[in-house]
Design a protein around this ligand. Structure first.
Ligand code: UD1
Length: 376
């Protein structure tokens, strides 16, 4: 049984990946500061994985386990803090085999007004993490990179070899971390590093128990559209009806978050099985869907109507962004299995069952939340 550390494991992609890893027999340690993740998501991951009850080991450390050795440990901590990271690497006897590094800030608009914060959390946070990995003898890392690195290219589909030309501070921080990890991998033998460039991760676990719960006004299409469907927003604004695409709206490569979670599992297995290497892989479906196709599929799948208006283009957007995912299939036998209709069905199952996301449960402090709901 392998023990892995997930930074930012209480967030959208981290929580789904954590569940997938627990189900495939890994022990999982999560370190998260809950700035954009949720203790309630962790509680539900444990419940879906059949773990519990929760035990509190210290003021910032909780564990849910089962008799067969399954174990989810949660540490409230910041990736920029060496002490918090040391705690995560040594908890329950230490021996972390690999790190999946999800912790980071990801809102493009915010990155333009708060560049220092983005460089600090995304880049300094990764430096601190690599230092901690050095102290604890761990050299295996899966990093959450992004298709944002390709900027506004006209290339369709986009292979990993396409030029990197980020256009905002968020993108620059992702490029900087990829560079940093490439330098680190070259500096010493033994590093196993996967840079996973996500296209547009959307949808939710099919149970509807965990999903995406953005802070404030969602920046991205799918969570916005789900909130319109739930009645939290009046209508969707479609950014641009004059793009050079079949219906004039922007085309993106949407992938189901469970496909993405499984991609992380494959990358981890491959890194641990093969000799040390650095892998760079696109994770996308290879299929493009326009904004209007997403709206129509959501309406048809879920039997509801989504009011929308077409407005001006959003600055910084491109017409089309679609992955060439063949390298991920070649290297790790991974491809997306779920359709846009699956995404719309599962996304709505989550949003309709949790119209305010995890919010109502979030009012309680984590310890009380866990105690209250497990009676321990
Ligand atoms: C965005 C980020 C990108 C990040 C990715 C993660 C921007 C400019 N880019 O990509 O850096 O890696 O999320 O998932 O934020 N749209 C609407 N109405 C809306 C929102 C979006 O019409 O309210 C359109 C957009 O113009 C685009 C498509 O929907 O054509 C997808 O947008 P979004 O979900 O924000 O993703 P990206 O822009 O592809």
């Amino acid at each position: 049984m392998t023990k892995v550390l997930l930074t930012g494991g209480a967030g959208f992609i981290g929580s789904h990946t954590g569940l997938t890893l627990l189900e495939s027999g890994h022990q999982v340690v999560v370190v998260d500061d809950f700035s954009n993740g949720s203790a309630e998501a962790m509680r539900r991951v444990a419940e879906l994985a059949g773990l519990g009850p929760w035990r509190q080991a210290s003021t910032e450390h909780w564990t849910a386990a089962d008799p067969e050795g399954g174990r989810l440990t949660l540490i409230r901590g910041d990736v920029r803090s060496p002490q918090d990271l040391d705690r995560a690497f040594t908890v329950d006897g230490g021996d972390i085999s690999a790190v999946l590094h999800f912790a980071g800030l990801k809102a493009v608009g915010e990155s333009m007004t708060q560049p220092l914060r983005y460089w600090d959390v995304n880049v300094t946070g990764t430096v601190r993490l690599l230092e901690a990995m050095g102290r604890h003898g761990c050299q295996t890392l899966v990093f959450s990179s992004s298709a944002t690195l390709y900027g506004t290219t006209d290339q369709v589909p986009i292979p990993e070899t396409a030029p990197l030309q980020p256009i905002n501070p968020y993108g620059y921080t992702k490029a900087a971390v990829e560079r940093l990890l490439t330098d680190v991998a070259a500096s010493a033998p033994g590093w196993r590093i996967a840079l996973l460039r996500y296209f547009n991760p959307v949808g939710a676990h099919p149970s509807g128990r965990i999903g995406e719960d953005p802070n404030g006004l969602p920046n991205n299409l799918f969570p916005f559209l789900c909130q319109v469907a739930a009645g939290r927003r009046r209508h969707l604004q479609v950014f641009g009806g004059d793009w050079p695409t079949p219906d004039g709206t922007g085309v993106r490569d949407y992938l189901h978050v469970m496909d993405l979670a499984e991609g992380h599992g494959r990358a981890l297995d491959l890194l641990l099985a093969e000799p040390p290497q650095r892998l760079t892989l696109n994770l996308g479906s290879g299929r493009g869907h326009s904004v209007l196709e997403v709206v129509q599929t959501f309406e048809a799948t879920n039997g509801l109507r989504l009011p929308y208006t077409v407005v001006a283009r959003r600055p910084g957007d491109s017409a089309v962004s679609v992955a060439d995912p063949r390298e991920a299939e070649r290297r790790m036998g991974w491809r997306t299995r779920r359709s846009l209709a699956d995404i719309c069905r599962d996304g709505w199952a989550w949003q309709s069952a949790n119209p305010q996301g995890y919010r109502s449960a979030e009012k309680e402090p984590i310890g009380e939340l866990i105690r209250a709901q497990h009676g321990s």
